[in-house]
Write a protein that binds this ligand. Structure first.
Ligand code: XIL
Length: 356
């Protein structure tokens, strides 16, 4: 394994990653979920089933077993992002993503890289770059080549650019990357550098709320067209699909269908259905769970309606409710296909019924 390197190019220092104080898994809450017996999701679906994962999850034997049994592809939830990899001095650390990559390899699972360029994540090392030593563009290239190159031949794909479209759909987001390298050019450069670093990986543009804000979806689609016209090596489009139980029926299906129009790979990349965020509904929990199951079914049915060659993967943003990122917003939320004890929920059954 090559030295992890830095924004300034390959580092000659041996880089000892700091031990990470990884959060402990949350205690499983009592679940009211009736027992539902399902075959493993990846054995039912005629496409890869992904899940987000953190390195700490792999040290929990019951969760590690659930992940290995149910998923065929892993997306590091945060440890393959710049905030983890790039230290303040510009050197890189890879302990956690390497642990996730090793688990994927040891269990025959695919690895999906998330994410290279995101408006939400810069690093003091980029912000304070010593441009007497390296240009910003070269540091950007060094970063993408170091990260993508490290998993060359293992990663099945990458979210190259994440959340580029403005939330109201009025153009694209402003970021350190757009300011320093150009609003559109930084995206083309990211795709070109990623392709050079690993010609085998599928390269994606990923975004969220495409089913919630039609104008944002339209702007996303126009950006895809522009990237294609510019010859950017884009292979696929990702719709995160973080939705709530009050999501209007049909919009998830419409989004997936519209994303399929270019003939590119389509990735439902971060699927979860929040009950707590469903403020628009005055429903009791059982009614919210019925809405949730209906949306799980809609997403599965719409994904199945894509031509098989365009079904890249359907990835949940976690498998067990207890690990959901949404728990930090509301500890009572239950957005995922399995309950805190790892038992399949009605939503999982509704999803399975439409992919099998
Ligand atoms: C979230 C993770 O789930 C959290 O653990 C982390 O603290 C912040 O990022 N869209 C994305 C993901 O593309 O990277 C985000 O993941 C969720 C929203």
């Amino acid at each position: 394994m090559s030295l992890p390197g830095s924004l300034y190019g390959l580092s000659r220092r041996s880089l000892l990653g700091s031990a990470l104080a990884l959060g402990a898994c949350q205690p499983a809450a009592q679940s009211q979920t009736p027992t539902i017996s399902l075959p493993p999701l990846k054995s039912i679906a005629p496409f890869p089933v992904g899940t987000a994962v953190q390195a700490v999850h792999l040290t929990d034997p019951s969760l590690a077993r659930l992940i290995a049994a149910q998923a065929s592809q892993l997306t590091p939830e945060w440890e393959m992002k710049m905030e983890y990899i790039v230290r303040d001095d510009g050197t890189f650390r890879f302990e956690a993503p390497d642990a996730i990559a090793a688990f994927a390899r040891d269990n025959g699972l695919g690895l999906f890289g998330h994410t290279l360029v995101w408006y939400a994540q810069t690093s003091p090392a980029f912000e304070r770059l010593d441009e007497g030593r390296v240009s910003f563009a070269q540091a950007y290239r060094n970063y993408i080549h170091a990260v993508v190159g490290r998993y060359r031949g293992q990663a099945v794909g990458w979210d190259v650019v994440n959340e580029a479209v403005a939330e109201d759909g009025e153009g694209w987001r402003d970021s350190l990357w757009s300011q320093r390298l150009g609003a559109f050019e930084h995206m083309v450069l990211a795709f070109q550098n990623a392709r050079e670093a690993d010609p085998t990986a599928k390269l994606f543009l990923n975004d969220y709320n495409l089913e919630w804000i039609p104008k944002k979806r339209a702007t996303f689609l126009r950006l895809v067209e522009r990237l294609l016209a510019a010859g950017a090596p884009i292979d696929g489009v990702g719709t995160q699909t973080h939705v709530a139980a009050d999501q209007a029926p049909g919009e998830i299906a419409r989004t997936i269908a519209e994303l399929g129009q270019f003939g590119l790979q389509v990735h439902v990349s971060e699927f979860d259905v929040s009950l707590s965020r469903a403020q628009g509904l005055r429903l009791n929990r059982a009614e919210l769970e019925r809405q949730q199951a209906a949306l799980y079914g809609e997403a599965a049915e719409a994904f199945m309606a894509l031509p098989p060659r365009q079904r890249f993967a359907f990835s949940f943003w976690g498998l067990r409710d207890s690990e959901s990122w949404l728990k930090r917003e509301d500890a009572s939320d239950t957005p995922l296909p399995f309950d805190d004890q790892g038992r399949a929920k009605a939503a999982a059954a509704a999803w399975a019924a439409r992919v099998g």
